[in-house]
Design a protein around this ligand. Structure first.
Ligand SMILES: [Zn+2]
Length: 102
């Protein structure tokens, strides 16, 4: 085993400064699934309400999501995959996604 055998995958940077500026203005924060790397924009409208905007069709980018759609688990109400939800919750806990005061 060589020291370089497990080079960490380097995902592409999430955006330019202009993008970051836009996220700040809209309150949308990019969060990507730790497992499938599906990227969404997240905004907390309040402590209880989280809005999630998919950048792409999650059924094509997230295997877990696709499996659920195929099983008919996700129908009218589109949810996030559990892994992505964890990532979003972590982003809220770490303060990456701001929660407005009520
Ligand atoms: Zn996922």
């Amino acid at each position: 085993m060589t020291a370089w055998a497990k080079a960490p995958p380097h995902s592409d940077p999430i955006g330019t400064l202009a993008d970051e500026h836009e996220y700040l203005n809209t309150g949308l924060v990019p969060v990507s699934c730790a497992v499938c790397a599906t990227e969404v924009l997240v905004r907390k409208a309040s402590r209880a309400q989280t809005s999630v905007q998919y950048q792409s069709s999650p059924a094509t980018s997230c295997p877990e999501f696709a499996a659920r759609v195929a099983d008919g688990e996700l129908s009218a109400r589109i949810d996030t995959c559990p892994r992505l939800r964890e990532s979003i919750e972590r982003a809220v806990v770490t303060g990456a996604v701001a929660v407005p005061d009520e």
